[in-house]
Write a protein that binds this ligand. Structure first.
Ligand code: PYC
Length: 383
């Protein structure tokens, strides 16, 4: 098996292929260094409070795997549970959060709608003033919402995969997808030469369309940048993870004490990783409405990552019309939290050639079949 992309989902797939299915002849090809893409450029949030039953079940399995991952890999994942708030500032947003809470509860996920008194009690740092453009009305409260260290996930899976016999090649770029005379995928061409493979998995996040072009597979993916920044480190002050469904901003305090602040995806498509001042200005204005004390902190670093966005804000996982060529893609702004379950289910698919029930709804053909899995409301970082 060749896995293109040495991020958390590619390495996770390699690890589970070797560990769960005994498939040892696995190569992970990474054009840069492992974790250089979206895996190293995300919010580190994990949660399962999605909107659709398909999404909730899928991300809940990821939470389960993540909870046991440190012990399983003998690697400190720095998992810390904070509880996650999705703030609603308008009537329609309150309705959406209520709907999410009810779907979550029906599927056994701990999540409920709370109002201003309880918000004040659970997160006194939040500005509940009515004297702001969009006062907070309610929140979807998801107590299991947590953060864990993104580099630890990448390195934990890489180390686990390596110990099970997987080869990981950094600095190797895929230049072509090789097919036989029947159009079946039989390997890849790389900057280091060709590799034969019985199965090829594209796990490249922002570069998906470049790989699918090589394979002759069409997807409805567009690539948008997502930016974030961190402040200087201060003592622990904010114990909840805060996301605003209407201001499209999120704020959490890292274990190092920095405030990690991000916003919605940029509206334009590009492969530029340039960070912008406009982003810092808008994200800061919104973050200050929620947490005015942030005004006293200096901004230390900002960065940008790629998001391969799908029309319904759900991933694309599974088989394609090219036999033996599989997609793990469409991770938009929600990929890190799915890395564990993505690895587990993609490994099962490749090893058994049977589509696991959990990922069947995310098949590429759903767009042609008009069977979308609409999760835009649960992303909260896009208009
Ligand atoms: O889905 O929790 C999320 C998220 C926050 C920022 C980007 N995505």
């Amino acid at each position: 098996v060749v896995i293109i992309g040495g991020g958390a989902t590619g390495l996770g797939t390699a690890y589970y292929l070797a560990k769960n299915h005994g498939v040892k002849s696995v190569a992970v090809l990474e054009q840069n260094y492992i974790g250089a893409g979206g895996s190293g450029r995300n919010t580190t949030i994990i949660r399962s409070n999605y909107r659709t039953p398909e999404g909730v079940r899928f991300y809940e399995r990821s939470m389960e795997l993540y909870r046991g991952l440190g012990a399983e890999l003998d690697f400190n994942m720095m998992l810390s549970n904070h509880g996650h708030f999705t703030l609603a500032h308008t009537d329609s947003s309150v309705r959406v959060q209520r709907e999410r809470a009810e779907t979550n509860q029906l599927l056994g996920v701990d999540s409920r709608l709370i109002f201003r008194d309880e918000i004040a009690e659970l997160c006194p740092e939040l500005n509940l003033s009515k004297d702001v453009p969009y006062p907070i009305q309610a929140a979807l409260y998801h107590p299991p919402g947590s953060v864990l260290r993104h580099d630890a996930v990448v390195w934990g899976y890489a180390t686990g995969a390596y110990h099970h016999g997987v080869s990981i090649h950094q600095g190797v770029r895929v230049t072509g997808i090789r097919k036989d005379e029947h159009g079946r995928c039989v390997g890849v061409d790389t900057s280091e030469g060709p590799i034969d493979a019985g199965a090829v998995v594209s796990a490249v996040a922002g570069w998906t369309t470049q790989i699918t072009d090589m394979a002759g597979v069409q997807t409805p993916i567009t690539n948008h940048p997502l930016q974030a920044y961190v402040t200087e480190a201060v003592k622990p002050m904010l114990h909840k993870i805060i996301v605003s469904a209407n201001l499209h901003v999120y704020v959490s305090q890292t274990d190092r004490g920095e405030f990690l602040i991000g916003a919605e995806i940029e509206p334009y498509t590009t492969y530029s990783l340039r960070s912008t001042f406009t982003f810092v200005e808008h994200a800061s204005a919104n973050a200050l409405d929620l947490l005015p004390f942030l005004a006293r902190l200096k901004i230390m670093r900002q960065w940008t990552g790629y998001c391969d966005m799908t029309p319904d804000y759900s991933p694309i996982m599974g088989e394609t019309e090219v036999e033996n060529f599989y997609l793990d893609s469409g991770w938009g702004t929600w990929g890190f939290k799915a890395s564990a379950v993505c690895g587990e289910t993609m490994a099962e698919l490749v090893a058994t050639r049977k589509v696991p029930e959990l990922i069947a709804p995310f098949r590429l053909s759903r767009f042609a079949e008009e069977r979308l899995v609409p999760e835009k409301a649960a992303a909260s970082v896009s208009h």
